[in-house]
Every structure is written in C-alpha cells, then in structure tokens.
Design a protein around this ligand. Sequence first.
Ligand code: ZN
Length: 111
Amino acid sequence: MAEVEGSCHCGAVHFTAAYAPTDINDCQCDHCQKRGVLWAYYTPKDVTVTGAGSSYVWGHEHTRFHFCTVCGCTTHWTAVDPKRDRMAINARLLPREAVAGASVRKSPGPR
Ligand SMILES: [Zn+2]
C-alpha cells in the first residue's frame, strides 16, 4: 500500500503513515468530540512525525495528545507507556482521497 501524508493547517507539523487507513474511529468521548478529531490507528513504527508541537495528557494519563503550537490542530496521539505499541493520527489532516475508502465507526471512548 502507498504511503499517505498529512499535516496541520499551517504545515508546521507533518506526518507520513505507511498506508492509508481502512478504519477510522469517530471517538464519542467528550475530549475527542471537543477536539473534532477522527482517529486512524497505527503502530509507531508505521508513522513518522516531523515538526515541533506540544502535547497534553489528562485523566487516565495513558495517552499523550499532540497539537501544533502555531495553528492548534490536533495531529496525533502517542502512548505514555513506550511499551504500548499503538498510536493514532488525526485522519482529518489526511487528504480526502486518502480516507475516502475507510469505514468510520463511533466508539464510546474511555469512561
Ligand atoms: Zn500548524
């Protein structure tokens, strides 16, 4: 499968994923709804992120949410525990054609 590339609105944070997502999660938790994100999940070895952003950790502290400090777009999340082999990119920052074939589900998110 072909790589896909995305970036925040201003372009300061850029990422490349090894393949286009086939499944996207429209997480229904309050936090993700306020951010307006759609998550595409990967293992960290399949994603390269460049550029300077900041991050935010809250609640259960399992997940670090990254965002661009210039334009504010949420770009991705990473696991706080480096042994956890999972991360997600914000599929809203991918080209529309890269996500056109993906199914979208609505998970309730963490409680
Ligand atoms: Zn930006």
